[in-house]
Design a protein around this ligand. Structure first.
Ligand SMILES: Cc1cc2nc3c(=O)[nH]c(=O)nc-3n(C[C@H](O)[C@H](O)[C@H](O)COP(=O)(O)OP(=O)(O)OC[C@H]3O[C@@H](n4cnc5c(N)ncnc54)[C@H](O)[C@@H]3O)c2cc1C
Ligand code: FES
Length: 259
């Protein structure tokens, strides 16, 4: 098996964006550019700091949030051991990165495109907006729970039409689901791209089917190898065949995947 573009790169910056009401943090990690400026937004990378011991034998997958000639940036939330240990990285530490991996989102020119992001699902859309050939055709709707400053939202709002919907309490959820369904219905004739938690993606998939809207969904399955070898990330496609999310996805046409 050939692992494409596996490199050791150095940490340039690690920045905490905001703090959830509990113990979780929102973090932006910037690495020296491993030569990925030609990546396709929606692609991801596996990260494994060089000093991790055997107790964390696998890297962790993250969407490439943006990349240019100088650096590549990831945006993540601390949810467990790996992400917590990533917050202890210091400038100059070495990280092994595999990538860019997976397929990425479509980016048709002059096509009204609705970006639906749920929580950490906002990460890949930062680079998507920056690289799109006709950003005036894009609109972002961002559903979030933590404070808006915890996410790289404002810098995206400066570039495209954008609206944030805040789920302050669980009572807000039905209204948010209705809003997302209405947004998908209103995107008929254009394209919907979505990234976020599984229930969020299911709502979008169902609405896209009902209203016959073209949609692509980015799946965040747990992964180990990230390159199609371990079968740790399988799901079923539209023909009921098992496929590896890391190799076939992580972006799937909404009518070609079982969630
Ligand atoms: C293609 C892809 C892109 C991703 N992009 C991002 C991103 O841009 N930002 C970000 O914050 N996260 C992203 N994730 C999720 C991220 O990989 C996990 O949060 C991370 O691996 C958790 O590692 P951990 O060691 O801290 O947690 P663990 O100790 O491994 O697990 C802690 C908790 O998180 C859950 N968990 C682990 N992996 C995932 C996962 N893939 N999805 C949902 N829950 C998970 C576990 O079930 C457990 O409850 C992405 C995942 C994939 C597959
Ligand atoms: S993570 Fe190993 S096959 Fe996908």
């Amino acid at each position: 098996m050939v692992v494409r573009n596996c490199r050791e790169v150095k940490v340039r910056e690690l920045r905490f964006l905001g703090v959830w009401e509990g113990p979780s943090d929102f973090v932006e990690l910037t690495l020296e550019n491993p030569g990925w400026e030609g990546y396709r937004p929606g692609q991801f990378a596996m990260l494994r700091p060089k000093h991790w011991g055997l107790e964390l034998s696998w890297g962790r997958p993250f969407s490439i949030s943006r990349a240019d000639e100088e650096s590549v940036t990831f945006f993540f939330q601390v949810v467990g051991r790996g992400t917590e240990r990533l917050t202890r990285l210091l400038p100059g530490d070495e990280v092994i990165v595999w990538g860019p991996l997976g397929n990425g989102f479509s980016a048709p020119e002059e096509t009204p495109t609705l970006l639906l992001a749920g929580g950490m699902g906002i990460a890949p859309f930062r680079g998507y907006i920056e690289r799109h050939p006709t950003p005036e055709f894009l609109r972002l709707v961002f559903a979030h729970r933590a404070g808006i400053d915890s996410y790289p939202y404002q810098m995206m709002k400066d570039k495209v039409r954008a609206e944030a919907i805040h789920e302050k309490t669980p009572d807000d959820l039905p209204t948010i689901i209705e809003r997302i369904e209405a947004e998908v219905a209103g995107a008929h004739g254009g394209l919907v791209l979505a990234c976020g938690p599984l229930p969020f993606l299911k709502t979008i998939q169902q609405a896209a089917k009902l209203h016959q809207v073209r949609a692509e969904l980015s799946l965040e399955r747990s992964m180990a190898c990230g390159v199609g070898a371990c079968l740790g990330c399988v799901c079923k496609d539209g023909q009921d065949k098992h496929v590896q999310v890391c190799a076939r996805g992580p972006v799937f046409k909404a009518d070609d995947v079982h969630l």
